[in-house]
Write a protein that binds this ligand. Sequence first.
Ligand code: BGC
Length: 296
Amino acid sequence: MGNSNSTTTMTSVPKPNSHYKCRNCQYPRGGPQRYAVPDDKVSWKTNYPEYAPPEFTSESVSSGPVWADPGVTEKGPPPLKWNTVHGKVNRVSHMGQYEVVNGLPQNPVGRTGIRSRGHLGRWGPNHAADPIVTRWKRDKNGSKVIHPTTKKPILQFVAIQRKDSGEWAIPGGMVDAGERVSVTLKREFAEEAMNSLEANSEEKEKIKKSLETLFSKGVEVYRGYVDDPRNTDNVWMETVAYNFHDDTGDSVGKFNLNAGDDAGNVKWTDISSSLQLFASHVDFIEKVAKKNNAHW
Ligand code: BGC
């Protein structure tokens, strides 16, 4: 699977020059309206003297669960070690060194109109992994379905409907502290698209076996910042997305999809440029379509 160790700093990763889904909207699930950030004020290098974003940290984060960092106290920001792997927690960004301003990490893409941690547990980068499992769309006779306009075969991927926002998405998830990305990819797919959490031990074993082979041959399609609606000026999502393609349709094609954990629904979804997905998932799917020379 190549280098799937998310602790590696990749200086060559291109930095997006803006973000849209984490700007000029209400912060999701009970958060405040974000302070307005016009396109030309996203960059920290541009002066924006009147900028006064509200602070928001959700109760689920401030109550101090194991997956969250300590908050700011009267003594100031938590004394954590930034831009490094600290204990088991990976605080390294895929995009290189991030700035630390007044003791807190600063969003490397720019202003978001809100400060503090929102719904995210870690100050700075919060690491996720996204498995993009694909097969060719086939007709009753097993032949690939060709798109009438582009004359290219149509690719399908396993999409889940997120319980938090109701949007369709790749069945990804957070990399647990100390966990290898290759493990997260398999675990999240098994939990969200195959409901492994509710399977009995015999079914679990079957799921594990069928995923072993497919997930041993992945191609990295993206590594870096995600334009996620939960991002703030101090916390942001990053991901590593892998494509696991079943060219013959003999392995994944036959999976019994069954939504579980954070997913309310799961289905094979046709890939095309009209897809609307959570965060910047559509950008990763476009890369997969192009890489496989499929209809887009
Ligand atoms: C999701 C991933 C997504 C990441 C960044 C995580 O909560 O499970 O699919 O890429 O957030 O948006």
